[in-house]
Design a protein around this ligand. Structure first.
Ligand code: HEC
Ligand code: HEC
Ligand code: HEC
Length: 458
């Protein structure tokens, strides 16, 4: 009996090893697509390099490939947290030894659209190649020309990832990729092909949003296996809202509460007549969308507007409710603690109407950050304050002071609950424990006091 179970164990073990070896061997085949020796088919001209520079803005390469600790642009070294550990972005300057200076166009194409690294191993999808897979050959060639001829080489060795063995083994990623990342052949040229719609502008917008813009990497919810739950409009979860480091990332399907122009302004300048940008979207606007042409912003906005919104969850303006709140705040009688805190601390900029001031102070009645399921971002803004980015279209920086030192956890909870249920807003109440958690994650020196001074100087 004993020896039988022992031989059974042996068979299972051997079978396991054989299967693992087979899986490993097959992963090599999966990593062999694309032509690593492919060359540019266009001549490298200053125009091509400039086009590549523009596309690098659209793709926001600088955001991930530049370390926050005073790192040189595109030299890599930024740590990106993932469920298995920290992945460091790489040096994509044309340095021969430490960057991509020796890469052929074909190798660049394989990394960008297929997630295959220089040595043929699979890249982590922290590099958004499932989105970049949609990029056309023509655009990729321009990007390559820019990284070879338009970027200064920086000698900086890549940092080793901080992922424990055996999770650090890369070959299983090849399976992830073949399951979840679209084949470039199927989607390259999407520029022209997405024209299942006759509207060329929407098609261009779809190409930018889904492809280089990789908007879905933050705005689309992810499955347990970390892939985005949809990569284009065929999925109703595409751009349906998600969370990023506890910060609510709003749905951007349809955006019924904004006009096409509102969207264009927000992406191009960081603010519009109702909102101003905060959280990680601030960097997206500052590094990427604010550098895009009006035509491309119009195209992206047209595409987002063309998507069907989840109307059940969307904010609805209810004039009687909104007026009731303004009237109560104006009368200043029998105010709840939350209402009183609002009048005392927020009213000067956001007003009793919660309407703010166009292009200066954002509207709180209807703001996505106020109505989000997860109130962490709202709590964060109240505690730490926020500051609009300076963009070419809107250079002035408008700061909001932080209230971490002035309000305690239960006061912030009362205030946030009022915001989420006042005017036409309709979200759940906040408790002091939620505030305590967000506060414990803030740095010890909230930016509030300093940014307030900046505001007076303007
Ligand atoms: C959201 C973050 C993010 C963005 C945006 C991003 N990358 Fe990456 N990229 C990474 C990470 C992380 C890696 C390393 C992946 C790995 O080690 O498996 C990487 C790897 C690469 C590689 C492979 C380099 C090597 O040495 O193996 C290339 C080439 C590359 N990126 C180019 C680009 C370009 C061009 C853009 C802009 C169009 C871009 N990346 C935008 C995160 C990003
Ligand atoms: C790095 C993550 C990230 C990426 C990439 C990203 N976003 Fe965002 N986006 C956010 C966050 C976070 C917010 C919430 C901002 C706030 O709270 O003020 C946001 C807000 C927005 C809003 C405001 C919606 C509202 O109702 O207030 C729009 C519009 C938007 N993003 C469009 C885009 C588009 C278009 C792209 C691609 C070009 C994109 N985003 C890429 C994180 C991201
Ligand atoms: C001195 C003027 C000022 C005061 C006082 C002020 N705010 Fe703001 N608030 C701003 C500005 C400016 C922004 C835009 C900052 C940004 O988008 O980065 C803003 C943004 C916001 C946002 C939106 C952030 C986003 O992600 O879209 C919320 C919510 C908010 N304030 C709530 C409050 C509350 C609650 C109070 C009172 C405790 C308050 N504000 C007090 C000026 C002010």
């Amino acid at each position: 009996m004993k020896s039988r179970s022992r031989s059974l164990l042996l068979i299972v073990l051997i079978a396991g090893v054989v299967i693992a070896l087979l899986a490993w061997a097959i992963s090599f085949v999966l990593n062999r697509s694309g032509d690593a020796s492919a060359q540019l088919t266009q001549q490298v001209t200053p125009e091509l390099v400039r086009k590549g520079e523009y596309l690098a803005r659209v793709g926001d390469c600088v955001a991930c490939h530049t370390s926050h600790e005073g790192g040189k642009a595109f030299a890599g070294g930024l740590g990106i947290e993932s469920p298995i550990g920290t992945i460091y972005s790489t040096n994509i300057t044309p340095d021969q030894a430490t960057g991509i200076g020796r890469w052929t166009y074909g190798e660049f194409e394989r990394a960008m659209r297929r997630g295959i690294g220089h040595d043929g191993s699979a890249l982590y999808p922290a590099m958004p190649y499932p989105s970049y897979a949609k990029t056309t050959d023509a655009d990729l060639q321009a990007l390559y020309a820019y990284f070879m001829k338009g970027v200064a080489p920086v000698e900086q060795k890549n940092k080793a990832n901080d992922i424990p063995w055996p999770l650090s083994i890369r070959w299983p990623l090849a399976y992830w990729r073949s399951l979840f990342s679209p084949a470039p052949q199927a989607s390259a040229g999407a520029d022209a092909q997405t024209a299942t719609t006759d509207d060329a502008r929407i098609a261009r917008g779809a190409y930018l949003v889904q492809g280089l813009g990789h908007c879905g990497s933050c705005h689309t919810p992810r499955a347990l296996t970390m892939q985005e739950k949809g990569l284009d409009e065929q999925s109703s979860t595409y751009l349906a809202g998600a969370e990023l480091n506890e910060w609510a990332v709003p749905a951007i399907r349809g955006i019924e509460h904004w006009s096409q122009e509102d969207l264009v302004e927000y992406l191009g300048s960081g603010r519009n007549r109702m909102a101003s940008v905060a959280g990680e979207m601030k960097d997206v606007v500052a590094n990427s969308t604010s550098h895009m042409t009006d035509e491309d912003l119009q195209a992206m906005a047209a595409y987002l507007k063309s998507l069907e919104a989840d109307t059940e969850r969307a904010y609805r303006h209810q004039p009687e409710r909104s007026t009731a709140t303004s009237d109560k705040l104006t009368a200043a009688k029998d105010l709840t603690l939350g209402e009183r805190l609002y009048v005392d601390n927020c009213n000067a900029c956001h007003f009793v109407s919660g309407g703010g001031a166009s292009h200066v102070f954002p509207r709180l009645d209807g703001a996505s950050v106020v109505n989000a399921d997860n109130p962490s971002a709202l709590i964060h803004v109240i505690l730490a304050g926020a500051q609009t980015p300076s963009t070419e279209r809107s250079p002035s920086i408008l700061p909001m002071p932080g209230f971490a030192k002035r309000l305690d956890d239960s006061e912030v909870a009362e205030l946030a609950s009022f915001l989420r249920q006042g005017w036409s807003n309709g979200a759940s109440a906040v408790d002091a424990e939620q505030v305590r958690k967000v506060r414990s994650l803030l740095s010890h020196d909230p930016v509030g006091e300093r940014t307030l001074e900046a505001s007076e100087a303007q």
